[in-house]
Design a protein around this ligand. Structure first.
Ligand code: HEC
Length: 124
């Protein structure tokens, strides 16, 4: 017990990285998407023009609700049950779900929607 603080610090670091690896694997299983590609897509589709998204550089807009803690929500956009399929449908076709929503249809491909959903389920 020469360096108790160092030991605790090391354990904390290992535990944290194990946790985020686990979250990333879970989200891949849940949605079959790739969160790393999803993160890039959230920027390239311009989602960040309206949404603040944790971990996504340059996203600080509060025009629309911040996309934080999505994995813990019961509902998406105030009306859909929170399932991976529903998240993907909302990202691809928000106006089919709610014709009055301000969120635009952006021609998001199936794969990009899966990848973005995977990222949003890991972001907190
Ligand atoms: C022009 C602004 C705008 C853009 C661009 C935009 N959104 Fe949205 N988004 C909104 C608004 C407004 C809401 C709230 C919708 C509602 O409740 O009807 C919303 C809601 C959401 C929700 C549900 C959030 C919640 O709290 O339940 C998700 C997820 C989402 N958007 C993802 C995206 C993604 C992914 C993109 C990029 C492909 C995107 N948005 C682009 C305006 C936008």
């Amino acid at each position: 017990m020469k360096h108790p603080i160092t030991k605790c610090g090391l354990i904390a670091v290992l535990t944290l990285s194990a946790c985020s690896d686990k979250a990333s694997k879970q989200s891949r299983l849940l949605t079959n998407g790739n969160p790393d590609r999803g993160k890039t897509a959230l920027t390239s589709y311009g989602c960040v023009a309206c949404h603040t998204i944790p971990g996504v550089y340059g996203s600080n807009s509060l025009t629309a609700p911040p996309l934080i803690g999505i994995s813990q929500r019961s509902y998406l956009a105030g009306m859909l049950e929170n399932t991976p399929d529903n998240l993907r449908s909302w990202i691809q076709h928000p106006r089919k779900v709610n014709p009055h929503t301000a969120m635009p249809e952006q021609g998001v491909t199936d794969q990009d929607a899966l990848d973005m959903a995977a990222y949003l389920y890991t972001a907190r």
